[in-house]
Design a binder for this molecule. Structure first.
Ligand SMILES: Cc1ncc(COP(=O)(O)O)c(C=O)c1O
Length: 430
């Protein structure tokens, strides 16, 4: 995988965005799909190449969203396609609980090796991030015999009942209660001293002896691309050890090269008991995983874990091809992150409150006089797609521009996208 493998194609708008074919599909979508499934753009995709996507009207965009962090290896990644096609010709599905297959076992071996910590590990494969989170909690409960779970403010852990309960943002939960019981929420740390909030919680909210696990994103994803503060995880790991609580790192958005490491935990020297991954794990195929200490992973009795499609053979083959490119992904993530960071910092703009993140997981926070610029962020997002750049936003106030571009993006494509965003900032924040 190299930059030359990515097409040189750049932004090309054939029709006003959205074009007539996109509009027609959006009308059919509106009639056929519930409105609860959000829609960040009015654009219908026809195909993708590297970091570029073409819509059904022939418009080409630089994609800084990557299917919300799924396409780190890029669209049409040759190694991923070849592996998936080869596996699909052999068999697409076996149900691993019925007939075992090598791609599943090989992905587990790879994740056991690549996740932080040199201890013996085991991995369970599933379909989606939310399913991985659910299973991490099930496993932690089985291993500890306890039931409470601590999650953090601004965290996002999925849309299933437990995932949604663990998720902080109220907008994702409105009308969907009652929520799962025994979930307690701590503030996301700003300094390492904020571990004291958990010590207080153990007096005011929950007996630590009833807590099975804490679940935390090392860098908040949906919550705004905020990395945990230095030194916090040392304190948190000690606190968990003191009370026999398992630490779960949710690396569904941060993993597989996004931050310049296989897993963001490595930036913090964090060795969690359990780690969840999904999104970019299988180059666009649905695959998720829970990896953890072997004795913890074995706590659930036979039959207690599993899933019909989990660890689908084609998705596993795609994952192996993806993981084989991790070194290049990590290196490119660092280069991309430096470029993005430098460009936004150089603006020296009063509306850019902060540029933060790790590797290619950069969040640009917009505010006016300290007030989150939510409406302006929405306008910038619209300006961007109307000028050939697909973006996604983040943060509790939706005022953070987040970069989740395929890591095969070329310098020329990235420069084009950044030019559009800078022009958009000038247009929106007049
Ligand atoms: C950190 C984190 N956890 C869990 C999830 C849920 O993953 P999925 O949408 O695959 O269920 C997401 C999705 O954005 C995520 O970012």
């Amino acid at each position: 995988m190299s930059q030359t493998a990515t097409p040189a194609r750049g932004i090309q708008l054939q029709t006003a965005v959205p074009g007539p074919r996109s509009q027609a599909l959006m009308a059919r979508r509106q009639a056929a799909v519930p409105r609860g499934v959000g829609s960040a753009t009015p654009i219908a995709m026809a195909r993708g190449e590297g970091a570029m996507v073409e819509d059904v009207d022939g418009n080409w965009y630089v994609d800084l969203a990557g299917g919300i962090g799924v396409m780190n290896v890029g669209y049409g990644n040759p190694a991923v396609l070849e592996a998936a096609q080869h596996q699909a010709a052999l068999f697409t599905h076996s149900c691993f609980q019925v007939l075992s297959h090598e791609p599943y076992v090989e992905v587990c071996e790879a994740l056991n090796r690549l996740t932080p910590g040199s201890h013996a590990k085991k991995t369970l494969l599933l379909n989606s991030g939310a399913e991985a989170v659910e299973n991490a909690v099930k496993i932690a409960r089985a291993a500890t015999g306890r039931h409470a779970v601590i999650a953090f403010e601004h965290g996002f852990h999925g849309r299933t009942l437990l995932g949604m309960t663990l998720t902080s943002k109220v907008a994702y939960k409105q009308g969907f209660g009652p929520f799962a019981p025994e979930v307690y929420r701590a503030p996301y740390p700003r300094t390492k001293e904020d571990v004291s909030a958990l010590v207080t919680m153990f007096k005011t909210h929950v007996d630590p002896q009833s807590v099975a696990c804490m679940i935390i994103e090392p860098v908040l994803g949906e919550g705004g691309f905020t990395p945990a503060p230095e030194g916090f995880f040392e304190a948190l790991t000690q606190l968990c050890k003191d009370h026999g609580i398992l630490l779960v790192a949710d690396e569904i958005q941060t993993g597989i090269g996004r931050t310049g490491k296989a897993f963001a935990c490595e930036h913090f020297n964090l060795v969690p008991d359990l780690i969840t991954s999904a999104k970019s794990l299988a180059g666009g195929f649905p695959l998720a995983a829970v990896t953890g200490r072997a004795e913890i992973m074995d706590a659930a009795a036979p039959g207690g874990l599993g899933s019909t499609f989990g660890g689908n053979a084609v998705a596993c083959a795609a994952a192996l091809a993806t993981l084989g490119q991790l070194d290049e992904l990590n290196a490119r993530a660092d280069e991309i992150g430096r470029k993005v960071r430098a460009r936004f910092n150089a603006l020296n703009s009063p509306v850019v409150q902060e540029v933060r993140g790790l590797g290619a997981m950069i969040g640009v926070v917009f505010a006016r006089d300290g007030v989150p610029a939510t409406a302006e962020m929405a306008a910038l997002h619209k300006y961007a797609y109307e000028h050939g750049v697909i973006t996604v936003t983040a943060g509790t106030h939706a005022n953070v521009l987040r970069t989740l571009m395929p890591l095969v993006i070329t310098d020329a494509q990235l420069d084009q996208a950044l030019d559009v965003l800078v022009a958009g900032i000038n247009a929106v924040f007049k």
